[in-house]
Design a protein around this ligand. Structure first.
Ligand code: SAM
Ligand code: SF4
Length: 462
């Protein structure tokens, strides 16, 4: 597979088992200073298994995360627009050969309906997701563009979606350019597995069967002007240590070629998917303990990159992972096209089953209870703080001042417009607590924003 040197990864992994305590401490010290780790250093962390050293890794990951992002957690909802697919990924319910699920590509009015539902709950950020297919008479890209336009056009009172990120199949460079022009934020594409033989076995049919075309999607998107890119591994297909070093090798390639790493890393684990036998018994299942270590090692290895956790994971584990480096989470999700609607006709087959069924309000309440500030902010993207200019703020940890301000403004908006009584009370106390921690000029600025919110103004940011 392009950009991935499997032999080098295997050598690093075998050497890493001999890392002694002193070397481990030196790596963690480097990480706490917010420096990028080398592949060998990341391999050393992945080799750690004794509980005491694992705790050291967890505590370093927590402090790096706080240093870069502070205590804000960004919330979003996935919106599945279509489950039509030309591929046959062995782990996914949308695979072409699966006769068990009802197929559907949402129409513009249906998309509008779904977005209105999400807006009505308080969501402001959407991750648009789809299979590699479009309704008849539309090319994939034309369908995707139509959907992005429909999402931004939907509105409920003064509420609109602020940012649409997209997770769709790789496109040609000219199509990526059109996608960028439609106003999307991050483009996500997961390599799934960085182990070539496994990749070929898992993707036997369709355009996705070529691993190099998929890994090159990142380069094509970047060259076409999309400078916020999300990458990821689908954990469970192959050894988690190899996969993590594969992902980190991919990041090294991006940094070398574009001087910018990924905006986000996603760490989905395989969940049961109707009609996809492999998903019920993944070949390289990763345990909760190993998974926590992976998240912490990623946080330490690439301090400046956001880590996304979806509702695939259960509430308890999701809450733990927040302290290890996760910076964005989805809430109250559905993986079915039409899944947010009450009408049975609009609903189609889901991609996989979810582990977290809490409402957005409950998740906001839990975040507040754990002293994390729920954030609905999309300011960076609107202020053109993307790609390299975002990295320049993220790398030294200066983004967190802006993140905190914007998180508190958007939390105040959420509390006033959508929250239950108990969440509103807890959130108001949080706001007062955080306000007191700011220096006087910042306090004054934030109070002014809060006054605006109380007068009905929405969507202000710094
Ligand atoms: N169809 C496009 C593609 O495959 O790139 C984009 C969207 S696909 C619906 C999004 C992601 O879902 C895939 O990249 C894969 O990592 C993940 N996925 C597929 N099946 C899954 C399963 N059974 N459990 C968890 N995640 C899964
Ligand atoms: Fe299609 Fe994506 Fe599912 Fe593969 S993972 S079957 S490409 S929707």
């Amino acid at each position: 597979m392009k950009y991935i040197n499997a032999e080098k990864i295997n050598n690093l992994l075998s050497k890493a088992v001999n890392t002694d305590q002193r070397a481990l401490d030196a790596i963690l010290k480097k990480s706490r200073a917010l420096k990028r780790l080398t592949l060998a250093e990341s391999a050393a962390l992945l080799a750690v298994n004794d509980p005491e050293s694992i705790q050291k890794i967890f505590s370093a990951a927590n402090s790096v995360k706080e240093e870069i992002y502070g205590r804000r957690i960004v919330l979003f909802a996935p919106l599945y627009i279509s489950n039509l697919c030309a591929n046959n990924c062995l782990y996914c319910a949308f695979k072409a050969d699966n006769p068990l699920i009802k197929r559907k590509a949402l129409t513009v009015p249906e998309i509008n309906h779904q977005v209105e539902w999400l807006l009505g709950r308080g969501h402001k950020r959407i991750l648009m997701v789809c299979g590699e297919g479009a309704p008849e008479a539309k090319s994939n890209i034309d369908y995707y563009l139509q959907a992005v336009e429909a999402i931004y056009a939907a509105g409920v009172g003064k509420h609109k979606i602020k940012r649409v990120n997209v997770n769709c199949a790789p496109l040609a460079a000219s199509e990526f350019k059109r996608l960028k022009e439609s106003g999307i934020g991050t483009y996500q594409v997961f390599q799934e597995t960085y182990h070539e033989e496994t990749y070929r076995r898992m993707h036997p049919k369709g355009p996705k069967s070529d691993p190099d075309n998929r890994i090159d999607a990142v380069d094509r998107a970047f060259t076409a002007g999309i400078d916020d890119i999300g990458i990821g591994v689908l954990y469970g297909l192959y050894d988690y240590r190899f996969e993590t070093l594969g992902l980190l090798s991919h990041i090294e390639h991006m940094e070398e070629k574009f001087k910018v790493g990924p905006h986000t890393i996603s760490v989905p684990r395989i969940e049961p998917a109707e009609g996809a036998q492999l998903s019920f018994n993944p070949p390289s299942k990763i345990s909760d303990e190993e998974f926590k270590k992976v998240v912490a090692v990623l946080r330490l290895s690439v301090p400046y990159t956001g880590i996304i956790m979806s509702t695939r994971e259960d509430p308890l584990l999701r809450d733990t992972l927040l302290s290890l480096g996760v910076s964005q989470i989805s809430a109250e999700s559905s993986t079915s096209p039409g899944g947010y609607s009450a009408s049975a006709e609009e609903q189609a087959g889901g991609q996989f089953s979810l582990g977290d069924h809490r409402s957005l309000d409950e998740i906001v309440g839990t975040l507040i209870a754990h002293d994390y500030i729920p954030s609905f902010c999309a300011a960076c993207y609107r202020m053109n703080r993307t790609g390299e200019s975002f990295m320049q703020l993220a790398k030294p940890g200066t983004i967190k001042g802006k993140c905190k301000m914007n998180a508190l403004i958007t939390l105040k908006e959420y509390l006033d417009d959508f929250a239950s009584v108990s969440v509103r009370d807890a959130g108001s106390k949080m706001i007062t607590r955080y306000l007191k921690q700011l220096d006087p000029p910042e306090q004054a600025k934030l109070r002014e924003f809060f006054n605006h919110v109380e007068k009905g103004l929405r969507d202000e940011y710094v």
